[in-house]
Design a protein around this ligand. Structure first.
Ligand SMILES: [Zn+2]
Length: 64
C-alpha cells in the first residue's frame, strides 16, 4: 500500500485513483514505502543527544 505524506496515512490500493490519493489528490509513488516508525525516529534522536553529551564530556575532560 502506498503512503500519503499529506494525509499522513496509508492509502489502500483499491482507494488509489489513477496513482493519486483519493483524499488530497497527491501523486503517490509506485514504491511500497512504509512510514518510518516513531520508535525508530525517537531512537535516532536519543542516540544523537547521547553522542553529543558524550562528546561534550570528553571535551570537558580533555580541557581540564
Ligand atoms: Zn492524501
Amino acid at each position: 500500500m502506498p503512503w500519503c505524506d499529506v494525509c499522513d496515512r496509508l492509502v489502500d490500493d483499491q482507494e488509489v485513483v489513477d496513482g493519486h490519493c483519493p483524499t488530497c489528490e497527491t501523486e503517490l509513488g509506485t514504491g511500497q514505502r512504509e512510514p518510518l516508525p516513531w520508535k525508530f525516529r525517537f531512537m535516532i534522536i536519543a542516540t544523537v543527544i547521547y553522542l553529543v553529551w558524550r562528546i561534550y564530556q570528553v571535551i570537558s575532560w580533555l580541557s581540564r
